[in-house]
Design a protein around this ligand. Structure first.
Ligand code: HQG
Length: 181
């Protein structure tokens, strides 16, 4: 299999399942699920060649496990990162003491003024893994690593969720819970 072709298809699937299902004319259900056969059919019509075997390969080999099949394997969705409104049916959890968020220097002033905001997405994305946070931050510019006092936020009544692929999600992070590291 051609690696860069898999990456290209995986990015296309992220776009469809997280942000713009309408580009191929599918409508995810309220929990974000799309029928697998329909997805394959619509992708092929759109010009993205995809069969079930390749889709399964993309799901399994994805570096961040971005997609998940339903239990009965008939549906698929993105595990996090959505800008479309989806109910991922995540239960609130007690977070670890610290979570990390990678961002860019040019956002810092505004982050320390307004806190971390979800922007176009449904949630602010946080991780336990400093390395993963660094990679995310670098995509935006000169890397800045932020430590979020997650346990303290939790004690003050803020809700935390963890996606299927272990990304921590919360609505917003007020500036007083953020420390630059
Ligand atoms: C920043 C990856 C100014 C925020 C990761 C970020 C994640 C503010 C950018 C997922 C701000 C939004 C999400 C404020 C936040 N003022 N800037 N008040 N509050 N920002 O792409 O977290 O590889 O929407 O720091 O693992 O970078 O795509 O979010 O820099 O899960 O699967 O606004 O992307 O997953 O950028 O990334 P994004 P993100 P994938």
């Amino acid at each position: 299999r051609n690696h860069s072709d898999m990456i290209r298809k995986s990015k296309f699937l992220s776009k469809v399942m997280r942000h713009e299902p309408s580009i191929i004319g599918v409508l995810p259900d309220k929990n974000g699920w799309i029928d697998v056969d329909l997805l394959l059919d619509r992708c092929n019509h759109y010009g993205i060649e995809l069969d079930l075997k390749t889709l399964k390969y993309i799901v399994e080999s994805n570096d961040k496990k971005r997609f998940a099949f339903s239990k009965d394997q008939t549906k698929i969705r993105a595990s996090q990162g959505h800008s479309i409104k989806v109910d991922l049916e995540l239960k609130p959890l007690t977070p670890p003491e610290y979570l990390y968020h990678g961002t860019a220097k040019h956002f810092l002033k505004s982050i320390f003024r307004d806190g971390l905001l979800p922007g176009k997405r449904e949630y602010v994305h946080l991780t336990r893994d400093i390395k993963a946070a660094s990679l995310v931050g670098k995509r935006h510019g000169k890397l800045i690593l932020l430590r979020v006092l997650a346990e303290e936020m939790h004690h003050e009544g803020y809700f935390f969720y963890r996606s299927e692929n272990n990304v921590w999600l919360t609505a917003t992070v007020p500036a007083r819970f953020i420390k630059q590291i």
